[in-house]
Design a protein around this ligand. Structure first.
Ligand SMILES: [Zn+2]
Ligand SMILES: [Zn+2]
Length: 304
């Protein structure tokens, strides 16, 4: 520190960020470098890097930062990146975010593909939930996952990167523990004939770092929030973890690490229930009718 100015621990530039878990101050350049290094390390540790990675690109802050990082390190990682966007059909929210997503891909020179609920399922999310008391986020989650898989399959993509960060991981780890359902810890491990493998290059980057990265690289945009985002268990866990993190720096990292170790150690030996094939659409599911067909069935019943 000189005078009132706090300086970067690695150079003499003004600090923009305090990493409380490492107790170190970083300047703009060193924070950007640290985020990019974490992503490179993550990708280099993957056992088999595919030729093409699809990026689940909502146009929001996290996936925009991810796209920016990947476009900056593209010379050092021997694979191609393609942005995949699902347009759920949400009035007053999706128009702006889709427009921002298109512009971002253009600026970064990344090829971009969009799939729409209305084309795929014959109805937008707004139409599916209007006049019903069904939970929009649950329905959206089920349909978005299928839509993203279909879009990935169309482009021969077997690995999808998502913008989930360290904070998301810590929240999920705590939510999984609270649910008492150990199966949840091991979901999404490995790829199957149907589902692309999911990877999370921001797994070791905090939400604050991701947000600052977007701001410092000029990629941050003030976009509308999804109108269906409601107070949820995740919201409660999120505030609780922030309180813990303030008092005990490193708590979130530890919660995420704990689940990561369990997945690494026991992922292969965990017995999964075999998939059953949906009698309507032929996709795998846990029952005779898959969740997607169930959601769409309910819609037809409601509109009769
Ligand atoms: Zn520095
Ligand atoms: Zn089905």
């Amino acid at each position: 520190m000189t005078g009132n100015r706090i300086l970067c621990d690695l150079c003499s530039a003004p600090a923009v960020y305090l990493d409380r878990t490492r107790d170190s101050h970083l300047c703009k350049e060193h924070l950007i470098g640290q985020v990019e290094k974490e992503v490179k390390n993550y990708l280099n540790k993957l056992p088999d890097l595919p030729q093409t990675i699809g990026i689940a690109f909502s146009g929001g802050k996290d996936s925009t930062s991810l796209l920016k990082v990947l476009s900056c390190i593209t010379d050092e990682i021997p694979c191609k990146f393609i942005a995949l966007t699902v347009d759920e059909g949400i009035d007053g929210y999706r128009e702006d975010t889709i427009k921002a997503a298109r512009e971002t891909c253009k600026i970064l020179g990344v090829s971009h593909h969009i799939i729409r609920f209305s084309d795929l399922f014959g109805s937008s999310l707004d139409n599916l939930v209007s006049g019903s008391d069904r939970n929009a986020c649950t329905i959206c989650g089920i349909l978005r996952r299928r839509a993203l898989e279909i879009l990935a399959q169309r482009h021969g993509i077997r690995v999808i990167a998502t913008g989930h960060n360290l904070d998301d991981h810590a929240q999920t780890a705590v939510m999984n523990a609270i649910s008492g359902d150990t199966k949840k810890i091991f979901t999404g491990l490995g790829s199957s004939q149907w589902y692309a493998k999911r990877i999370k290059p921001f797994a070791h980057v905090s939400e604050r770092e991701v947000t600052l990265y977007a701001m410092l690289t000029g990629m941050f945009r003030n976009l509308p929030e999804c109108p269906y985002a409601i107070t949820s268990l995740r919201g409660e866990v999120r505030s609780l973890l922030y309180q813990y993190e303030r008092k005990h720096p490193g708590s979130m990292k530890n919660a995420a690490k704990c689940e990561e170790i369990l997945r690494e150690k026991f992922g292969n030996s965990f017995e999964r229930e075999p998939y059953r094939v949906c009698s309507r659409c032929g996709w795998p599911g846990s029952g005779n009718i898959c969740q997607v067909c169930n959601v769409l069935d309910n819609d037809r019943t409601n509109s009769q």
